[in-house]
Design a binder for this molecule. Structure first.
Ligand SMILES: Cc1cc2nc3c(=O)[nH]c(=O)nc-3n(C[C@H](O)[C@H](O)[C@H](O)COP(=O)(O)O)c2cc1C
Length: 387
């Protein structure tokens, strides 16, 4: 699912130093098949070239006075209005109902969702008048995304930095995605585990963590509150994303972190590839000459150890098999009180693609797709099940 496909985004650019980052954002939105029209304030044109903006976008609208009632037609055709960067001035104008140029007049006429991405020096951001204006915008239905704390154009670091383009795009995607999860807390595990043999060696597997990263993104877009517990991963997530990520090394640590949160979990997605085996580990590095027949033992089973599952808690389990996929996965589903089982073919591990079956009470659905598409299939199925 691509919530941006075919959508009309109206982008307002104001006179903040971060305006120089907007061309890259336009390109990203266009790559995702959105239509992007732009309105710039006169001061924004000092920070980023209108020629660049008009070349990359689907149109830079020149002013309030060109065409007949431009501000109304722009407000009518856009799915979403995003102000990037939103400077101190536009936040004040929007909060107090001033409409004295094209952008502020479009804001006054727009009745869809407006996203403001404030960006300014921390002194301006901490100004109590700005904070009151942000509260006013939120109270009247606007969405104001907190700026990052980090390197600023002047005076080192502080709160006021424009978030990375990936985060801005995620917020835009979220605004365009149906509210499937209604604020539910989603705990997602991913990656493989390291079960220690000695201080330098371990038992592990080829899990990349991609399924979990993609589930977290989709849960966030569908208005869930995701938290990730990640083992060892070969792929990296974007660090700029707005949810918590806890790192663990082995099955025991993963289980501990899940149990701390289990009581408040609405949805648990167990996509981690927890090692089925562990062994007695040696405190010292095992020497080459030493006897090296590893005694494997069964590892703990996190799902079996989850006690007191409430009726309203929903568990999505994952099974990866090289043979008899359906029958093994169905058996696991029964044994472990899983509400929806994702049975993956062995080729799915470490890959962007996956194939297998979604198994639910009373049936199964085959899939062969990218992991982000599978995440949407899972979310759609569980949200229709719960509502
Ligand atoms: C070099 C320079 C950088 C500026 N950077 C910012 C900024 O990052 N954020 C902000 O809110 N204002 C910033 N300002 C102040 C705004 O440009 C100023 O308030 C202007 O009136 C905004 O006009 P506009 O909202 O119509 O675009 C900056 C001004 C200058 C001269």
């Amino acid at each position: 699912m691509n919530p941006l496909a075919g959508k009309s985004i109206l982008l307002g650019i104001t006179g903040g130093i971060a305006a120089y980052k907007v061309p890259e954002l336009i390109r990203t939105l266009k790559r995702k098949d959105a239509r992007v029209k732009v309105v710039m304030t006169e001061n924004a044109k000092r920070f980023v070239s209108p020629l660049v903006i008009s070349t990359l976008s689907d149109g830079l609208i020149p002013s309030l006075w060109e065409g007949s009632i431009t501000h109304i037609s722009l407000a009518e055709e856009a799915s979403l209005l995003c102000i990037v960067p939103a400077d101190y001035n536009i936040i004040g104008k929007a909060a107090s109902g001033i409409a004295d140029d094209l952008l502020s007049t479009v804001i006054s006429a727009f009745d869809g969702e407006i996203l403001f991405f404030p960006s300014m020096n921390y002194r301006m951001y901490n100004n109590p008048i700005l904070q009151k204006n942000i509260d006013l915008l939120r109270d009247s239905g606007g969405t104001v995304i907190e700026p990052d704390t980090g390197e600023l154009a002047y005076e080192g670091t502080g709160k006021g930095r424009l978030p990375a383009a990936s985060r801005i795009v995620l917020e835009i995607e979220k605004a365009l995605t149906p509210d499937l999860l209604k604020g539910s807390y989603c705990l997602i595990t991913g990656g493989g585990t390291h079960e220690k043999i000695d201080p330098v060696r371990y038992i592990t597997n080829r899990s990349s963590g991609r399924m979990a990263y993609s589930l977290a993104k989709c849960c966030y877009m569908a208005n869930g509150k995701p938290e990730l517990i990640m083992g060892i991963t070969s792929s990296k997530d974007d660090e700029n994303l707005p949810y918590n990520l806890i790192r663990v090394e082995n099955a025991r640590e993963m289980q501990e972190e899940i149990l701390k949160r289990w009581d408040r979990v609405d949805y648990l997605f167990m996509s981690a590839a927890v090692s089925d085996f562990t062994c007695t580990s040696s405190a010292k590095k095992i020497k080459k000459k030493e006897k090296s027949d590893l005694k494997l033992k069964k590892n703990l089973d996190i799902l079996l150890n989850l006690k007191n599952k409430k009726k309203e808690q929903f568990v999505v389990g994952f099974a990866l098999e090289s043979d008899n996929l359906l029958s093994y996965a169905k058996k696991k589903m029964k044994e472990k009180e899983v509400d929806l089982m994702v049975a993956n073919d062995i080729s799915s591990i470490g890959s962007d693609f996956t194939s297998g079956f979604l198994i639910f009470p009373g049936g199964e659905e085959p899939f062969k797709c990218r992991k982000d598409e599978l995440s949407w299939k899972i979310l759609k199925r569980i949200s229709s099940k719960k509502s």
